[in-house]
Design a protein around this ligand. Structure first.
Ligand SMILES: Nc1nc2c(c(=O)[nH]1)N[C@H]1C(S)=C(S)[C@@H](COP(=O)(O)O)O[C@H]1N2
Ligand SMILES: [Mo]
Length: 240
């Protein structure tokens, strides 16, 4: 097994997540209660949507719509930008046509939300994050990547080793269609081997950092190293 496949050899994230979840729930119902906590948090945020529209947006196909903000600006071919900065030799800004012109990778895996819902065999397509990092020239002191979103609130994080995996994409397409707004279009992160909260929607920034800065849900108790079946209190579950 590769070290980056084994959460037991990854020092970051899991102990933090474990500690916070234990703090939130007490030592008893770890894992059983962790998923409903996220579901409740999401529901309490979306239920504050003053327009009442969020909960009505089409998700479909087994997906559920998630946003931690009540509304998200729409971006298209003309207005969309992805910035790459931090500990890199060549900071860059990509337009949507520029991202489309790069080599595209198509992956098909099950989507798995930490709250339990799953969508089998979902194709995603886009540019490998590793390619964008290589083009930027990551500096030796770099250890992690911070992802930011144009909803203005959501963030995510990956170790550099995770970010360089072949199954981590800056995704432009899902289910063989351009990514729609509700699924985080025009561009979202796609982290195939991890729970879907790692796959930040409405991606607008990639900042290379010297250490992991926990993302939105990770500050709220979820694991940074969010391997499906092997994190967030599910370490005994079969890996799928
Ligand atoms: N910007 C942003 N990205 C996000 C989220 C969010 O609230 N905001 N929710 C995450 C969670 S918990 C899940 S399960 C998926 C849901 O993606 P979907 O709305 O396309 O089903 O997006 C992830 N990425
Ligand atoms: Mo989720």
């Amino acid at each position: 097994m590769e070290p980056h496949d084994d959460p037991g050899t990854e020092e970051r994230g899991a102990p933090l997540g474990r500690r916070l979840i234990l703090g939130m729930l007490g030592a008893g119902a770890l894992g059983v209660a962790a998923a409903p906590a996220l579901q409740r948090a999401v529901e309490s945020v979306t239920s504050k949507d003053p327009t009442g529209v969020t909960g009505l947006l089409p998700a479909g196909g087994g997906f559920r719509y998630y946003s931690v903000t009540a509304s998200v600006p729409h971006k298209d071919e003309h207005s969309y930008r992805l910035t790459v900065d931090g500990l890199v030799e060549h900071p860059a800004t990509y337009t949507l046509p520029e991202l489309r012109a790069l080599p595209q990778t198509r992956l098909v895996h099950d989507v798995q939300c930490v709250t339990g819902w799953r969508v089998p065999g979902t194709p995603f397509e886009g540019v490998r994050l590793s390619r964008i990092l290589d083009a930027a020239g990551v500096r030796p002191a770099a250890r992690a990547v911070r992802l930011t979103c144009f909803d203005g609130a959501y963030t995510e994080s990956l170790t550099l080793q995770q970010a360089r995996r072949d199954d981590v994409l800056v995704a432009l397409r899902m289910q063989d269609k351009d990514l729609g707004h509700s699924h985080g279009g025009p561009v979202r992160l796609y982290v195939a081997p991890m729970y879907f909260y790692k796959s930040a929607k409405w991606l607008s920034g990639i900042t290379v950092t010297d250490e992991v800065r926990p993302g939105y849900w990770e500050e709220r108790g979820y694991d940074v190293d969010a391997w499906v079946g092997r994190s967030n209190g599910r370490d005994d579950a079969p890996t799928t």
